[in-house]
Design a protein around this ligand. Structure first.
Ligand SMILES: [Zn+2]
Length: 403
């Protein structure tokens, strides 16, 4: 219904207003998704239910059994119809006629990636990504009890605390933060279709004041081909090291490397050639350095374990996993998830036993002079300083009063 109020009511202005009203009639809103104009179809959105298969879903929407078979045969190499996951969203675009024939099937592999089965002409299948935009944010925080509380008190993603721990693990002991320690961050967030939050992209720049001393960190692309990034300080020194300090986010160290300890399961004195990190079941375990998996296996003593060779000198091993996440021969990077905390094998509770070899001899990694990370290549240094200058200025502009 259209309501027009005339102040000066004569025929002339009436005509003019009517003409304007015709012109101003809103154009139909074109809704696009997955690269299709949804207005052209009847759109069915649903999620995978128990007992569903790709074939059953098509059948329920009126595709004849013979045709379903033909479609499944054609798409199975790209889109394995048996591996659809309960609860995942899918969309069917149907013809707007009485038969309502399905023309397009879209399955959401995850928040960003989707698979399209296009049935309009010949059957075709492809995967694509939703458009992701990256938005820069700034934040400041003051520690009252812990870093994760300081992050979560502000309603921020807890993964920011995790990222900061990764960046600063060699320079700041986050278990020994002081009340009044504070930080400022410039970080990037991902959004799908400009509107749906899809997590943290990276921390671009940060400064952490620990006991009033500033620790700067800047994320810099060191390999333009792979897009690989690392963190360096304000003097271009690497923040990272060859080895992670620990293979997980742990609650406590429950047993250290020792030539003689009373074994809690075997009830006898023997050497403990590892460091035990206690953590809840299912906590991800990371490879402490780049390397190749040389064992991913199970024994009665070790339970599920993974062993990684990092170079000619160093090898590490991770025991008692609930589940292994890598295969023998697989190449891993520092911080990659290789398994999850459990208590398989000879273990009383959930923990990882972390073992460390130097030239084939088992040692205590806490007593080693471990290699540092690769320094930033000389040729990148001028670019680095040019890149971080505006970020440092931006960090300077963030004030703690605004929080
Ligand atoms: Zn142990």
């Amino acid at each position: 219904m259209l309501l027009v109020v005339f102040t000066a009511c004569n025929e002339e202005s009436k005509k003019k207003d009517l003409a304007n009203n015709v012109k101003e009639e809103p154009a139909p809103v074109i809704v696009r998704d997955y690269g299709f104009v949804l207005n052209d179809y009847e759109v069915v959105r649903d999620t995978i239910k128990s007992g569903d298969s790709f074939g059953i879903i098509l059948g329920n929407h009126g595709v004849a059994p013979g045709k379903v078979f033909e479609i499944v045969q054609k798409v199975k190499d790209t889109f394995n119809p048996r591996r659809i996951v309960l609860g995942k969203p899918y969309t069917i675009l149907k013809e707007r006629d009485s038969a309502r024939t399905p023309r397009v099937f879209v399955y959401e592999n995850d928040a960003i990636n989707y698979t399209v089965v296009d049935l309009r002409d010949s059957i075709s299948v492809y995967t694509a990504k939703k458009p992701v935009t990256v938005t820069q944010k700034v934040v400041a925080g003051v520690i009252t009890s812990s870093l994760s509380e300081a992050i979560q008190d502000q309603g921020l993603n807890y993964l920011l605390a995790h990222e900061m721990n990764n960046i600063y693990q060699w320079s700041i002991d986050f278990f020994r933060l002081q009340k009044g320690d504070r930080f400022k961050l410039v970080y990037n967030e991902r959004y799908i279709n400009d509107s749906i939050y899809a997590g943290i992209e990276n921390i671009e720049a940060s400064v952490f004041y620990h006991q009033d001393k500033p620790y700067y960190a800047f994320n810099f692309v060191v390999d333009s081909l792979t897009g690989e990034r690392d963190y360096y300080d304000e003097k271009a020194r690497p923040m990272q090291s060859f080895f992670l300090k620990a293979p997980l986010n742990f609650s406590r160290i429950s047993s250290r490397f020792s030539p003689n300890r009373f074994h809690p399961v075997q009830k006898r004195w023997k050497a403990h050639k590892g460091t035990d990190y206690a953590a809840p079941y299912g906590t991800p375990i990371w490879s402490t350095a780049n390397g190749v998996v040389i064992a991913s296996s199970y024994t009665a003593g070790n339970g599920n374990y993974v062993k990684i060779k990092h170079n000619g000198t160093y090898t590490t091993q991770y025991l008692h996993m609930s589940r292994r996440g890598v295969k023998n021969g697989q190449r891993v990077k520092q911080g990659d998830i290789i398994g999850y905390v459990g208590s398989t094998g000879l273990a009383t509770g959930p923990h990882v036993c972390y073992r460390f070899w130097v030239n084939g001899k088992q040692v205590d990694p806490f007593r080693q002079n471990l290699p540092a990370a690769e320094p930033l290549e000389e040729k990148y240094i001028p670019v680095y300083f040019a890149t971080i200058a505006p970020l440092k200025t931006e960090l300077g502009k963030i004030n703690f009063e605004s929080i």
